[in-house]
Ligand binder design. Structure first.
Ligand code: FRU
Length: 424
């Protein structure tokens, strides 16, 4: 635990630590925490666009919500360029890998709809060109506010800077489909402060993004999770006893792990509408363990707070490692202390034979986990790959106390509603 004080000098809570000792318990390929192999002959949702982070429409309590029987998802989306000379290699072939790797720079928010919770039909862009203030529209959360169909889309406006923003619009349904109207005025909410959350000036590789607003089931107040890094100049962080945890003899050397400073941030709304926010100290820090805890989100179950966040192999610190996938922590109250699920934190990782098969897992309160396909090997050595940019098979998971278990696999992009709202 790390001590924090807010601007009034009180200590609202202590950040829980994901320690190096916890991470040493990560076991890749444990079948109870490993995503089933994704076959290389997967179907592609749409050949014109790449999609990755998937954001189901939900209410403030976390329930995935359909409207008038229509399921709705938002996705980070970028055009594919199979005919663009810029992505044709020296042999005259489309370099899809480079096109895919460049996608973050042109990410836009799109929406899709479905009657069946799968086989998604493309609705289009949520905001018209020029509405969002920056080049990139990065991940966030669409919230259905009421039975008028009002939607608050929280997301991250990136380059220049990284600002958590929101834009309000409305979902409209007909018997033929769904459209999004409005989404014309983007409201900046907050940026990293340099005191609790690292700024770009402190570290050019900083992360500050992926808002996930929610109503606390216990105190009823409006909060928001987000991804951050712990404030301070790059290289200045200390990986001490607390961050190391209880390691066996020979595991005290932390190498250059001071450069890995991920945290899960939290903010509280000062108003009922969520237009005015105050950042609080991180809920969870991973200093000396990992540099990215992306897309943090909760499942509220059995009176507990299950905190999930996605992370990568390449963002782990020296001396610790784990698969790309979703990690989790549990607490009895919102502000912790949080304990890593399954001892290590690993909840659902890629199998080591297909380390990049999926990413950006989102755990829904019904135990279903959606993700996107990144790349799947097409030969035994793994040198040939097929790029995804489409929905992965959904995984079914059971959450029991401090443990999780993979129990089922469903169709590609299966995101069934947990409740339906009839619009007035
Ligand atoms: C996760 C992620 C998010 C970010 C987006 C950028 O896949 O890295 O954290 O918002 O993708 O494309």
């Amino acid at each position: 635990m790390q001590s924090n004080t807010d601007k009034f000098g009180k200590t609202p809570h202590q950040s829980s630590l994901w320690t190096r000792a916890d991470a040493l318990k990560v076991r890749a390929d444990d079948p109870t925490t490993t995503q089933p192999l994704v076959s290389a002959d997967f179907p592609v949702l749409n050949n014109e666009v790449f999609i990755w982070d998937t954001m189901p429409l939900r209410d403030l309590d976390g329930n995935v919500t359909s409207v008038d029987g229509w399921s709705v998802i938002f996705t980070l989306t970028a055009d594919r360029h199979p005919n663009d000379p810029e992505y044709i290699d020296e042999n005259g072939n489309y370099d899809i890998t480079r096109d895919w790797n460049d996608r973050h720079g042109r990410a836009k928010m799109y929406y899709w709809f479905s009657r069946t919770g799968k086989d998604w039909k493309l609705g289009g862009r949520v905001m018209a060109e020029g509405v969002s203030p920056t080049a990139r529209e990065w991940a966030g959360t669409p919230i259905l506010l009421n039975d008028q169909g009002e939607v608050d889309l929280y997301y991250t406006a990136v380059t220049p800077g990284a600002t958590i923003v929101k834009v309000r619009g409305r979902v409209v349904t007909t018997e033929h489909g769904v459209s999004m109207v409005g989404f014309e005025k983007v409201k900046p909410l907050f940026e990293a402060d340099g005191k609790m959350y690292q700024t770009e000036a402190q570290n050019a590789f900083w992360g500050f993004r992926d808002p996930w607003p929610f109503r606390d089931p216990k105190d009823g107040k409006l909060y928001m999770l987000f991804e951050g890094n712990v404030a301070g100049e790059r290289g200045s962080h200390k990986v001490g006893e607390a961050e190391i945890g209880d390691v066996p003899p020979g595991y005290e050397n932390v190498g250059n792990s001071r450069f890995q400073t991920a945290c899960v941030g939290i903010a509280v709304a000062r108003d009922a509408d969520g237009d005015d926010w105050e950042m609080l100290p991180p809920l969870l820090t991973a200093v000396g363990v990992n540099d990215q805890t992306e897309r943090p989100h909760f499942v509220f179950q059995d009176g507990k707070y299950y905190l999930f966040t996605i992370s990568h192999t390449f963002t782990y610190a020296d001396g610790v490692t784990g698969p790309d996938g979703v990690y989790g922590f549990v607490a009895d109250s919102l502000f912790g202390p949080y304990v890593p699920l399954n001892g290590s934190g690993l909840v659902l990782g890629n199998p080591s034979s297909q380390p990049f098969q999926t990413y950006s897992h989102y755990v829904m309160p019904n135990g279903l986990v959606t993700s996107f396909i990144d790349s799947v090997p097409t030969d035994a050595t793994g040198t040939q790959i097929r790029i995804g940019g489409t929905e992965a098979p959904t995984v079914g998971m059971k959450i029991k106390g401090q443990q999780t278990f993979v129990v089922a696999e469903y169709d590609y992009g299966y995101i069934p509603p947990m409740l339906d709202v009839t619009l007035k």
